[in-house]
Ligand binder design. Structure first.
Ligand code: C2E
Ligand code: CA
Ligand code: CA
Length: 518
């Protein structure tokens, strides 16, 4: 890698001169010269002072290069080495016209892979990935392992380090890493998310971090953005991404207080029986009444909240509000069969969850079958880890209902539907929306419904937006519907009035029929 032109201080210059062998040759002459010029006192001062001065100059001279630290698993360099390499590249940029760039690559779903394959195999996976990266880059490039399953590559300065050419290198790296990996006990197919930043787009250093570290952090930010758009996405660092991150970091700071002060609250969307038209349940959906940004839907903050480790606290709040609403509806004379609460994979990984739920149900005097646990199909598909299987099984044993959310998008096998004791499938909105005008979609929905019937599962369709969709679903035998055609999610304060209006509407045809028969 090209050497840096660092500014040299006059002391460092003196130290460098003092270290030269020819300087040491002339050393005995200096006290003599001092005596000749200034007399005996100067001779004594030079004889005693010079060795000390030279020792000092050696001490302040440039430090011996330290052996850089390496990662114990892969043998790769660490973050600081990549930042230092980028610093060097950036320092000579103006003079040489050559630019460095940084690429950060992360293995997708690394936590899940580690849990599934165990520590030894996962370490082997990391070593194989490290070897593939090292074999793909040039010798002058520096590769380091960051936290977890992330790798950083400092691309040595070149003439053309623009968006297009760095993107090419990024996708070459990604393809190299994504080839199947053969481990001790299994062959795994992995995908990787890649982010990169070129020198001309880098945010620049500041008082806290060098320009190289800023370039590395920017590539990491791009990688994080890629993981949200992944699996297997590649993203470049841009000004908009920087703005988005600044915006998100403001929002992040508001999350915990919002959970505590009640700004993050449950909204309720009704579910209706297609057979009787009665309200059979409500789904609880979180909303954030932000003091400045207004009412926020989960897509604006849920990933952030989960990353901040607040998923469990949100779950507690939603469960509490759900149970409270069920009691209050009952006290007002409206018995609702069940309430659906969404649980993320993260929450279901908590073995204490069933006890907490049992305690809440007990506190509100509600039987367990009044609660529907909504679990995404993607969570139960494939081999969900042991803890998730146990948690869901315990909840089912307790008598809670298990709703398989977004059904049709997650490829759950019939075996896993059985294993997780699913009571109902929620047909994903993508199958429902526009089905009234699409024969093919109707056939798919009909196939899902007949499969559910054969397996003895109840069904609900979500995202029902029109009366035509509602009617068609009822005709095809779908048990329940939920969607804007019936009602948007609403705050609890509006639910009682809605329930009463709905009951009045449902009774109106009966009254008319009765009157006609009088
Ligand atoms: P989901 O569980 O699939 O919830 C249904 C989503 O569809 C909700 O979006 C709902 O507002 C929306 N929706 C309902 N009817 C219609 C319709 O007719 N048309 C259209 N286009 N959309 C409809 P929302 O509230 O934005 O929630 C998005 C996702 O966030 C939820 O998807 C769920 O996965 C997650 N979520 C919401 N609340 C919670 C929560 O308390 N905890 C957890 N872990 N996840 C939550
Ligand atoms: Ca749901
Ligand atoms: Ca859903």
């Amino acid at each position: 890698m090209t050497q840096t032109a660092r500014p040299i201080s006059s002391l460092s210059l003196l130290a460098a001169i003092a270290r030269r062998p020819e300087t040491l040759l002339f050393l005995p002459l200096l006290p003599l010269a001092a005596f000749w010029a200034w007399g005996e006192t100067a001779l004594i001062a030079a004889a005693f002072g010079l060795p000390g001065a030279i020792a000092l100059l050696f001490a302040i001279g440039p430090a011996r290069p330290r052996t850089p630290e390496r990662d114990g698993t892969t043998g790769l360099l660490l973050r600081d080495s990549v930042a230092a390499a980028l610093d060097e590249g950036l320092a000579v940029r103006a003079a040489s016209g050559l630019s460095p760039a940084c690429i950060v690559l992360a293995i997708d779903e690394a936590d899940m892979l580690a849990r599934r394959h165990g520590h030894a195999d996962f370490a082997q996976l990391l070593r194989e990935t490290a070897a593939r990266i090292a074999a793909t880059v040039r010798q002058a490039d520096q590769v380091a392992r960051l936290d977890g399953a992330c790798f950083a590559i400092a691309l040595a300065p070149v003439q053309r380090a623009d968006l297009e050419s760095v993107l090419q290198i990024a996708s070459r790296l990604q393809s190299a890493v994504e080839d199947n990996v053969i481990l001790e006990a299994a062959e795994v197919q992995i995908s990787a998310s890649v982010g990169f930043c070129t020198a001309d787009r880098a945010p620049g250093g500041d008082a806290e971090r060098s320009a190289g570290m800023a370039l590395l952090t920017a590539a990491e930010a791009a990688m994080e953005d890629a993981t949200h758009n992944g699996p297997g996405a590649i993203r470049a660092y841009t000004r908009e991404l920087a703005d988005k991150r600044a915006d998100l970091s403001c929002l992040r700071a508001d999350l915990a207080p919002a959970l505590d002060n009640g700004d993050m609250r449950a909204f309720f969307q009704p579910q209706i029986s297609t057979e009787t038209g009665a309200i059979t349940g409500f789904e609880v959906l979180v909303r954030w009444q932000h003091p400045v940004r207004g009412l926020l839907t989960p897509d604006a903050f849920l990933p952030l909240l989960q990353m901040a480790g607040l998923a469990e606290r949100l779950g507690e709040r939603m469960l509490y509000q759900a149970m409270g609403a069920m009691r209050r509806w009952e006290e007002a004379g409206h018995r609702i069969d069940s309430i659906g609460v969404n649980f993320s994979a993260e929450e279901l990984r908590n073995p204490r969850l069933p006890d907490r739920i049992a305690w809440e149900l007990d506190r509100f005097g509600l039987a367990p079958d009044r609660l529907s646990i909504e679990v995404l199909e993607s969570v139960v598909a494939g081999d969900a880890d042991d803890v998730v299987v146990k948690t869901i099984s315990r909840l089912a044993e307790m008598g809670c209902r298990i709703d398989l959310d977004d059904f049709g998008t997650g490829h759950a096998s019939i075996a896993s539907i059985r294993r997780f004791a699913v009571s109902r499938i929620k047909i994903d909105r993508s199958f429902v929306s526009g089905m009234a005008d699409d024969r093919e979609q109707q056939r798919i929905v009909a196939a899902i419904l007949s499969m559910a019937e054969r397996l003895g599962l109840e069904t609900i369709a979500e995202g029902v937006e029109t009366g035509a969709e509602h009617a068609l679903l009822a005709q095809l035998g779908c048990g329940h519907v939920q969607g804007y055609a019936l009602a948007h999610p609403m705050p609890e304060t509006e639910t009682l009035a809605w329930i009463e209006r709905h009951k009045a509407r449902a009774q109106a045809p009966l009254l008319l029929e009765r009157r006609a028969g009088e």
